[in-house]
Design a protein around this ligand. Sequence first.
Ligand SMILES: [Zn+2]
Length: 254
Amino acid sequence: MPTYKTLGIVIRRRNINEADRMLTILTEEQGKVTVVAKGVRKTLSRLGGHLELFNLVNFVLAKGRSMDIVTGAVVERQRGEIAIDLDKVARASRFAELIDILVHDKEEHRKLFWLFEDCLNYLDRSKGANLVDLYFFINTLSYLGYLPELYECVKCRERLKEGNIGWSHGQGGVLCGDCLDEGIRTDVESIKLLRLLAEEEPSVVEQLNLSRELVQNVQEVLSGFVNFLSQRELKCDKFWKSLQVDLRNFADLG
Ligand SMILES: [Zn+2]
């Protein structure tokens, strides 16, 4: 079996058979892949300890018929704090979930891979609340082509002015004062922070001193939008999967 090496981060694991695991990994070169790790739930497994969630791992994968197989794995960077902190695990899991939903299999997303790696590092080292989640979400959306509109009204295409503004999850961005009946209320400061998060380097974002209220407002808008997108993608995914089953049945009949 031909093998290949890649850096990767395990984003999901599932037990299968008696001692195997199915892993979903975001890799640097192959994008998102689902692979099998054989015998890793046995106590003496050589690989088992290297396949924890959220670590940066050097993988050796063998091309399998339906799924590739893990033949080697060495942890490059361990996230010790995420592993023992419930709040951090929950936040890292939301990063992983978003990737799992929005990234299609075997599509290369190198920039997203390094964004994920950097944000996990930051989360691992950081103390208390910070902007890393917002930074990760808005930039993930941007890299995958889902960046919401932050400058023009999504309905009438007027450039945003100061004053009352709104937000539409469905239309994907800001609404001007004349059109805000169709969305939820937000404010100019929140939109300015979203622009900053999407456009500036993490070092700039880190220096910001923001009120708790502003961060909460942005959190509400962004997590609402991420949830909306995720639900839509999940429905779309289910629709495609059921369509594939229908087509297979149709082919069987033929
Ligand atoms: Zn408008």
